[in-house]
Design a protein around this ligand. Structure first.
Ligand SMILES: [Zn+2]
Ligand SMILES: [Zn+2]
Length: 433
């Protein structure tokens, strides 16, 4: 079934100037009607179409998460492409962009093809693979970027680490520019991280844990901005975490440098104080910072300096993640909590409107990566997300579709949740009850 009518919704897509009651008709996987006439929506969808009454809830373009980790190949106990796709649609995401730091890393055309084939087999979310910048993520020689693009890679990243030298990134950006794709950078200078496990500051001193200074991120952000200016290649800064990073990106954008940026729900809502009980669920790279940084990230999101909200969904097996803080792996899962956390921390408590947030979760990621979706527009793929902004629910990580449980929001009372996810005109998820 790839034809469907979404009736009686509150349509919201600021990128298309849409904000008001209406109906959407999807025929054979593509949006065929958007507007106020329900009979026209039904006619456009055709006689075999399913119909869902949206009951006045918020209907947005299908949400896009441009930064997730599925652990296939290599660590299928933590997440597979299929389980990650289930987690995605359960969280309201119709499209996800997979980082290549699997084992082995996604650094060839055939590895890109494998990811796409497994995603098609799962048949739930659209999965767009990112290829490595360097072979094996070793930071030594460039991977076969053009071949990976031919196989369907939408961008390049050595996520988990930055490209180690400016010379190598210069060459990567030069190629990426010819291929019209961005290089996505995990901005941390390893010589400054130097074994640090949390934000460097009062808390790290009080806890006796080695800190990671803000500058470890900012030095790489500044370097990457300079190389984007030098090459004209597009740099996308992943998971911005510090106030000065936001400021560097703001200046770069004002100067016309081709740089974009994302921020995670956890860097928009949690601070390093959370580490006080040595609970490794709060260990993440870059680390949780201070309230000053959280507020700067929020301002950056509000004024467009930060383009996108992305989860950095990073599943880890409990046995590994529950080690002593200093030795636990970094990362948190996020696909099934992003909508609720953003809705609660930013809309209910943070002075944001949904109209300010939806482009950061839809059209902008599509524009950065050339995905050709993320908008309520006739002729685009019928990817839609139905959100109940007032639904109050309690996070129960034990019930997640993800294979991993390393969720820092477990037990939180949240307001707002995706209640139905439509991918290519097919109902891929509907909240029970
Ligand atoms: Zn990263
Ligand atoms: Zn990541």
């Amino acid at each position: 079934m790839s034809s469907i009518v979404l009736a009686n919704a509150k349509l919201l897509d600021p990128s298309e100037g849409i904000d008001g009651p209406g109906h959407v008709g999807v025929k054979d996987g593509m949006i065929a009607y958007i507007g106020a006439d329900l009979e026209a929506a039904r006619a456009a969808a055709g006689s075999g179409a399913a119909e869902v009454d949206a009951g006045g809830l918020l209907l947005t373009p299908g949400l896009i998460d441009m930064h997730v980790h599925f652990r296939e190949p290599g660590n299928e106990a933590e997440e597979t492409i299929a389980s990650g796709s289930m987690a995605a649609v359960a969280g309201g995401f119709t499209s996800v962009v997979c980082m290549p730091n699997t084992e082995p890393a996604i650094d060839t055309e055939s590895a890109i093809t494998f990811t796409r084939r497994e995603a098609r087999r799962a048949g739930l979310a659209n999965v767009f693979p990112v290829g490595c910048v360097t072979k094996g993520r070793k930071g030594e020689e460039l991977a076969e970027m053009a071949q990976m693009a031919r196989g369907g890679a939408v961008a390049y990243s050595d996520d988990g680490a930055a490209v180690p030298t400016a010379g190598l990134l210069r060459r990567a950006l030069t190629y990426a520019k010819m291929l019209d794709k961005p290089v996505m950078e995990h901005c941390e200078d390893v010589s400054l991280v130097a074994g640090g496990v949390m934000d460097e500051g009062y808390m790290s001193t009080a806890l006796g844990l080695k800190g990671v200074p803000d500058e470890s991120e900012e030095i790489i952000v500044a370097r990457d901005v300079a190389l984007a200016r030098l090459t004209g290649g597009r740099v996308h800064i992943q998971h911005v975490s510090t106030a000065n990073s936001v400021e560097i990106i703001r200046h770069a954008k004002a100067a016309g440098v081709p740089v974009t940026a994302e921020v995670t729900p956890h860097h928009l809502s949690l601070t390093s104080d959370r580490c006080k009980n040595y609970d490794p669920v709060f260990k993440v790279a870059p680390p949780l910072r201070t309230m000053v940084d959280v507020e700067a990230c929020r301002r950056g999101l509000k004024d467009g300096t930060i383009d996108v909200i992305a989860s950095d969904h990073a599943p880890h097996h409990a046995e590994e993640k529950e080690r002593e803080f200093a030795f636990a792996p970094t990362g948190m899962i996020g696909l099934e909590t992003t909508v609720g956390v953003v809705s609660t921390a930013l809309v209910r408590d943070g002075g944001f409107t949904w109209a300010e947030l939806i482009p950061a979760m839809t059209s902008r990621a599509s524009d950065i990566l050339g995905l050709g979706r993320g908008r309520l527009r006739v002729g685009l793929p019928g990817d839609l997300t139905l959100i109940d902004p007032d639904l109050e629910w309690t996070v129960d990580a034990a019930r997640f579709r993800s294979r991993s449980r390393n969720c820092p929001f477990d037990g939180w009372a949240l307001k707002g949740r995706a209640v139905a996810t439509i991918v290519g005109g097919r109902l891929a998820f509907a909240l029970e009850g």
